[in-house]
Design a protein around this ligand. Sequence first.
Ligand code: ADP
Ligand code: MG
Length: 699
Amino acid sequence: MPGFLDQEIKYLPGVGPKRAELLAKELKIKTFGDMVYYFPYKYIDRTKFYKISEIHSQMPYIQIKGKIRSIETVGTGHKQRLTAIFYDDTGSIDLVWFRSVKWQSENLKKDKEYIVFGKPSEFGGRINVVHPEIETEEEKQLKPSGIFQGYYVTTENMKNKYLNSKAVNKLQLTLINLAKGKIKETLPPSLVKKLKLTSLENALTVIHKPENSYDLKNATFRLKFEELFFIQLKILAIKHNRENKFKGFRFEKVGYNFNNFYKNFLPFKLTDAQKKVMKEIRRDLNRNIQMNRLLQGDVGSGKTLVALMTILLAIDNGFQSCLMAPTEILAQQHFNSISKFLEGMHIETALLTGSTKASRRKEIHEALTTGKLHILTGTHALIEDTVNFSNLGLVVIDEQHRFGVAQRAKLWQKNDLIPPHVLVMTATPIPRTLAMTVYGDLDVSVIDELPPGRKPVQTMHFYENRRKQVYNFLRQQLEKGTQIYIVYPLITESEKIDLKNLEEGYRHITEIFPDVKAGIVHGQMKPLQKENAMQKFKKGETRILVATTVIEVGVDVPNASVMVIENAERFGLSQLHQLRGRVGRGADQSYCILMSSYKISNESRKRLETMVRTNDGFEIAEMDMKLRGPGDMEGTQQSGMGFDLKIANLGKDVEILQLARKIASEVLDADPMLQSEENRVLRQSLMNKQTDFDWSSIS
Ligand code: ADP
Ligand code: MG
């Protein structure tokens, strides 16, 4: 049943069809509800007045009382402007209008007292205010504004049609007046009471028209909590649902293969972090519930080995496994390292990618259905294909951020009886708050320790003028026998120029180091050529690899210990960190050299400074989120978890998020289907809020 907030925005007094169209187009505001949930981005205290003598151009805004001494229209046509001299008993400033010149000149009166509000700036040695808000004392009194006036983001198109922040504010005030007694509570009364929340209606009123900062704080808290709570409720409901609906295979045994590998084949000791994670996985597998675990660990932390040992557990319990990687190169690499680890053990493995020949493909299909094949490694050919397992018990997905949540779901939906356990591995560290949301339906394990003996990569930042010294340094390193990556940015818009830079860079390098073999890899090459160039570098036949970010993910060449990143200012933090992870895999001291031009933005500078300062992936992720905001973080776009948060901020509202998750979890534990009288309102709210969420799938 449509409620008050579902009404079309054009019916709000002051809106009408034209403005409704504008609001829909510019801000996606279509209903009363959309409008009332369009919150101010800041508030300004409209009780404070300044004297003109106190004003300087650095002030963010001013409010003054005074009179107009003279009004003058200057220029013609669209260059026309209106200037008024405004004074009080301490001095005078200029008020300037470029728009609605005629209207203002006809309506402004000399020697009448006005209240002027706006942002001061300086022009020709005088302070002026461009497009001030100007009104009489009586007009101000009439306005039902609170002590703080809310400011709303509006677009240029809106401003041109006089739908500025002030106008939006006015509409909001009309709306909340109309809404009195009509906004239904979205949280159960017990919850509202327990958390001492203010009612939804009150929160929505106060957020647009706060009378004091205490009320504003409470309203903000209520709305942030609600926003995060419903996201968590949705995610956790999915998790609960999955755990209830799908049983999991129980891997009770730690059997011969696992033990044999551990005792006789494992070439080194597990790190404590690897052991801890193995325990967590063991517990999951022994529960009768499908495992959905995310394994986070910095590049080089040894995730592959954890995956392999999990696979061995599956084999010991009579199940097949598959390992899925986002690219051919990575799949090949996983296949190679798994095969090497398992050399001498009687375990059948195979590689399946887009370029696997039809005859081989047929063999693999057969070995899979007969159960002869234990481990299948490959690209997403694994899911797309008509690949049938005889008893698939475990799916390992590497570098999760390349796959969307939907693809992940497809995997466990594929089998409608009992879905395989799922282990997702990612080397992209993400802040905890984001993990709780993007990966909120997964359990998370973290490998927070590198294998012993690794020397942290040393990172340096140089400007162009030091290029010669950098080349000298590279020469020294080459003489020590090491290999070098040189990476260029390649982004789609300027692809052609970038490719040219890359090719020039390559030529340049062959001139500087004529005696050293160099290779080149970029996205425009055919897969086979690419593969070839990579292989040559891997084998050490080429010693310098000039490349684009195609090497970003997971390529393992332990002898490469120098990473040069050209135009480093153009890369994002997580990308820089990923690239740096390509070195530091062997025993030698490794280096990451960030080259940049002089002219870089502040944000770029912060990124480069962060890279030089720390190797800690989580610290880098936190900084990344601070600089870019959570919406742009890798993985969030595909997450489908509704990241256009209206009021909460994943970077700042950590505590509210934790509370929201805890409460959501408690609610679902007590009433998984949200069937109680109390919780019906939650079920209703979820249905109203999440159009993309098929709540019926829960029941
Ligand atoms: P990730 O996939 O987490 O980036 P890998 O699994 O590729 O890391 O491991 C990086 C390297 O470290 C590999 O050569 C691997 O064999 C090695 N390695 C893994 N675990 C250990 C350990 N406990 N001790 C020493 N080396 C290890
Ligand atoms: Mg890896």
